[in-house]
Design a protein around this ligand. Structure first.
Ligand SMILES: [Zn+2]
Ligand SMILES: [Zn+2]
Length: 257
């Protein structure tokens, strides 16, 4: 069994036929889905999807792209929303200086509020980071009350960043990008991630892996990413599936199958 640790089942490309998407994923051996929130007005819908299916869970958070549109997202709002039984993580949050769709200071303030909420609730943080390694690490490394745990999702950062994130106790989630021909640096890093810190994801409907490129990505395709990753790491698909699934339930302790 595999778990898709990061998908957006409410986005166009998969939202049109969620029952079909789920059926194809389950047939491909995907036994769990973490539905990720990116803005406030979708929290209810993402939680409702998790409420309706025993193998879907939800997160609450504001994507760094959306930080400008959510100037008043504070820790209390996140704390409150995360009390729901099916909400098992805080995010996605983080910093994106590549697209820079929101002001950098607003992104940092939003990220800091999410970090405080993750510390306060004990829920894992789902971190999105692009072209912002130093600032991402500085915020994650800043002292605070409560234990901070989480995952660097859709990992594409440097090997040095991976090592620092692992040193903080974070998990690293690999998406379909690892299957792309030009992803040599990522492939090299992905081969070195300890087996007890690795997760897999699709980020559906984005980033379909080889050989599905060009289509809307759906959670069934995590099987292609997992197979590629297992070969890259010199392990069997069975062992990679077992470890990544166990890691998911270790990190997201609130999840109940
Ligand atoms: Zn992301
Ligand atoms: Zn995402």
């Amino acid at each position: 069994m595999l778990i898709d640790s990061h998908c957006h089942l409410n986005y166009p490309g998969v939202a049109e036929d969620v029952p079909g998407v789920l059926a194809r994923a389950r047939a491909a051996g995907v036994g769990g889905f973490l539905g990720i929130s990116t803005r406030r007005n979708e929290w209810d819908a993402v939680i409702a999807q998790a409420d309706a299916e025993p193998d879907i869970w939800a997160t609450v958070g504001i994507h760094p792209h959306e930080a400008d549109l959510h100037p008043d997202t504070d820790t209390a709002i996140l704390d409150d929303a995360s009390c729901h039984a099916r909400v098992i993580g805080i995010g996605e949050t983080g910093l994106d200086y590549y697209y820079e769709k929101s002001d950098r200071d607003r992104q940092k303030a939003s990220f800091a509020a999410h970090i405080t909420a993750a510390r306060a609730t004990g829920l894992p943080l789902i971190v999105h980071t692009r072209d912002a390694e130093a600032d991402t690490l500085a915020l994650l490394q800043a002292p605070g009350d409560g234990v901070l745990k989480g995952v660097i999702h859709c990992f594409t950062a440097s090997q040095a960043f991976a090592e620092q994130a692992l040193a903080l106790g974070f998990y690293i989630s690999i998406s379909g990008i690892v299957t792309f021909k030009n992803a040599r640096d990522l492939q090299a890093s992905a081969a070195t991630i300890p087996a007890d810190r690795l997760l897999v994801e699709t980020d559906s409907p984005f980033l379909a892996p080889v050989p599905m490129r060009g289509r809307p990505c759906e959670p069934a395709f995590v099987a292609h990413t997992a197979r590629f990753l297992a070969t890259l790491r010199g392990e069997t698909i069975e062992s990679l599936a077992a470890s990544t699934t166990a890691n998911f339930f270790t990190l997201f302790g609130k999840a109940r199958p």
